[in-house]
Write a protein that binds this ligand. Structure first.
Ligand code: FAD
Length: 391
């Protein structure tokens, strides 16, 4: 089984089954040897570690959430834990993988026909193809439910898509892009499987990004892109169905945020015990110990919330407000934690080589993706009051 983590102060890992722990041990070894040591270099060059794609597939990391592609029966708690571990090694790698196996594959699982699932899910699980998820637009992030401007117009057995998407992870090199567009006939949001390259489709890598640099995000333009009716996701009838996909993946983003905090905390403990000032390790100063205690308390509370939100998903009773609360709470605690860790490192905290700067920068994008802190709190606020403050 996987060894316990010092950052798992209350021993939550014991809740994983023996089989899950065995798989976790293999995944952790892969992350320690093939991901973490190279993460700073990929981040610095703003390149996704694409060579890892076959290894992700081999370890079952793409298909483990779906009955037809999972290598063994596993829980949502296990999958969340794995997302945390990947992010602990490298938040960009967790996002690079999560866009494909989380957002895109879940869209097909939730919205696809049996034929579409049979065509795509095994190939996506084997890593033969890369997938992306195109919802956000240049003019619409938080308000995509109401504001989405990309249009879909039915012409016989085909649809014609027009519009633009922004921030689409893997969007410049994916083989399959799930595009969300508004049907001009009934004004409802529908989902389309766009096979790329496609005439009228362009994906351009966004440059000069300062967070999650090893995720290659794209600006996408759709100019009269023709998609057959057989590539429309038939179970997606409106934005409500898109919200189901986001509910199912948002909990994993909370786990990823926890991984960011754990990665930064571990590097900081190592640093604080070896860095000497005033003739002794800085870990011996009360103010430094207090920062480490706050960081570990944030991590411990976040573990509890992530565990429970995943259990709610396993029990089939998770609501939008449950995953929204976890995403909001864990990301704000993550942001405080990486700031404390950076502070304990002094000047070295802003330099890639000392193990915290990358987490510190990556925390900012994770705080914003899959619903900002504000929007997730407003989802919780709607559950508390029965009044939606954002429509
Ligand atoms: P805006 O919606 O413009 O928000 C700006 C600010 O206004 C925020 O603080 C927000 O909380 C606040 N705000 C907005 N409305 C309200 C309100 N009603 N009440 C209070 N405050 C409000 N999208 C995809 O579709 N696919 C991807 O693969 C993808 N990957 C991403 C990767 C990265 C690195 C990043 C940065 C983004 C990615 N996104 C992706 C987009 C992401 O989901 C959006 O950035 C996010 O939803 C926020 O939208 P926005 O950036 O347009 O901010």
């Amino acid at each position: 089984p996987a060894a316990p983590l010092a950052a798992d102060f209350y021993g939550f890992q014991a809740q994983l089954s023996p089989t899950e722990q065995q798989h976790l041990a293999r995944i952790r070894e892969f992350l320690d040897t093939e991901v973490a040591p190279f993460a700073d270099d990929f981040w610095d060059r703003a390149e996704s570690p694409k060579h890892l794609w076959p290894r992700f597939a081999e370890l079952g990391l793409f298909g483990h959430a779906f009955a037809e592609t999972a290598q063994f029966e596993n829980s949502n708690v296990y999958r969340g834990w794995v997302a945390m571990e990947i992010s602990r090694a490298d938040p960009s790698t967790a996002t690079f993988l999560g866009v494909h196996s989380g957002l895109a594959m879940t869209s097909i699982d939730v919205g696809g026909s049996p034929e579409q699932k049979a065509e795509w899910m095994p190939r996506l699980a084997r890593g033969e193809l890369v997938a992306a998820f195109g919802l956000t637009e240049p003019g619409h992030g938080s308000d995509t439910a109401k504001g989405l401007e990309t249009t879909a117009e039915r012409r016989g057995d085909e649809w014609v898509l027009n519009g633009a998407k922004r921030w689409i992870g893997n969007g410049a090199f994916a083989d399959l892009v799930v595009i969300w567009a508004r049907d001009v006939a009934d004004d409802q949001v529908k989902g389309f499987l766009v096979r790329t390259p496609a005439t009228g489709f362009t994906g351009t890598k966004i440059k000069r990004k300062q967070s999650l640099r090893a995720v290659e995000n794209a600006d996408i333009v759709l100019e009269h892109v023709v998609v057959p009716e057989s590539d429309r996701l038939p179970a997606i009838r409106s934005f409500r169905d898109v919200a189901i996909v986001l509910r199912l993946t948002r909990g994993d983003v909370a786990w990823q945020a926890l991984g960011v905090a754990v990665g930064a905390y571990e590097a900081t403990v190592r640093y604080a015990t070896s860095r000497l000032q005033f003739g002794k390790p800085i870990a011996g100063f009360q103010l430094v110990q207090q920062k480490l205690a706050i960081a570990l308390s944030n991590i411990t509370a976040s573990f509890a919330m992530c565990m429970r939100v995943s259990q709610l998903q396993d029990e089939g009773v998770q609501g939008d407000h449950h995953s929204a609360m976890a995403k909001a709470f864990v990301t704000v605690r993550m942001r405080e934690t990486v700031a404390l860790c950076r502070e304990v490192m002094g000047g070295n905290g802003i330099q890639l080589d000392h193990g915290v700067a990358r987490y510190f920068a990556d925390a900012e994008a994770i705080y914003t993706v899959e619903g900002t802190y504000d929007m997730n709190n407003l989802i919780v606020g709607r559950a508390i009051t029965g009044i939606a403050a954002f429509v």
